[in-house]
Design a protein around this ligand. Sequence first.
Ligand SMILES: [Zn+2]
Length: 251
Amino acid sequence: MLPTAQLTDEERSIYEWQMWVPDFGEEGQRKLKNASVMVSRVGGIGGIVAYQLAAAGVGRLVLAHGGLVKPSDLNRQLLVTHDWIGKTRIESIRRRLLELNPRLEIVAVDENVNEENAAGFVAQADLIVACAPLFPERFAMNRQAILQDKPLIECAMYDLEAHLTTIVPGKGPCLQCIFPEAPPTWTREFPVFGAIAGTVGCMGAMEAIKTIAGFGETLVGRLLRFDLRDMSFRTFNVERQTNCCICGDKS
Ligand SMILES: [Zn+2]
């Protein structure tokens, strides 16, 4: 069944070039318009995910990102600006997204995801993109995505490397099947370039668009790892673990 809201003439003119993609078309565009996507942390990766989804015409974004803009955000968090240093990040993010797409509906929340608030955030969205720097936030989003039967795109980066996968409950592993525990080397602050965030963010946005519109082949059951130091891209098969604490047979 097609989503109810139709495209306006203005939207048809704005999204014309992507509607030329034959297996996407106007039906795919209507699905994006009717979709609500949650992005957990809208920083280096999540900012690019949100920007690309806003450009592509997703109807509603639910954004969770706390804190104030710091100078050290500016090399990669492209939705926060120099004039906003010391002010709330989420307001700068909202302002930049609406400059690009004033038709966008935004639920912007000045806090980060935790075990307590994750359920409420996930309930507001059709699809989740997990871009938080720390694993407890990612695990909280994964748990709720499985419980609420919603797809989740996982994007992460370190140095010149990144990984990406798409989780669809019942169709492959969840995040905790792939990473049973937080990697011990994972830290809040780490070496990275903005171009790495942008690369994996654009890929994550495309996985979200394909998942919502139902075309192409997503990374369900596969983990993509790449290293831009030597431009190597590798894809690994990943399987659901029957003893997983989140999606396993006994959980
Ligand atoms: Zn699992």
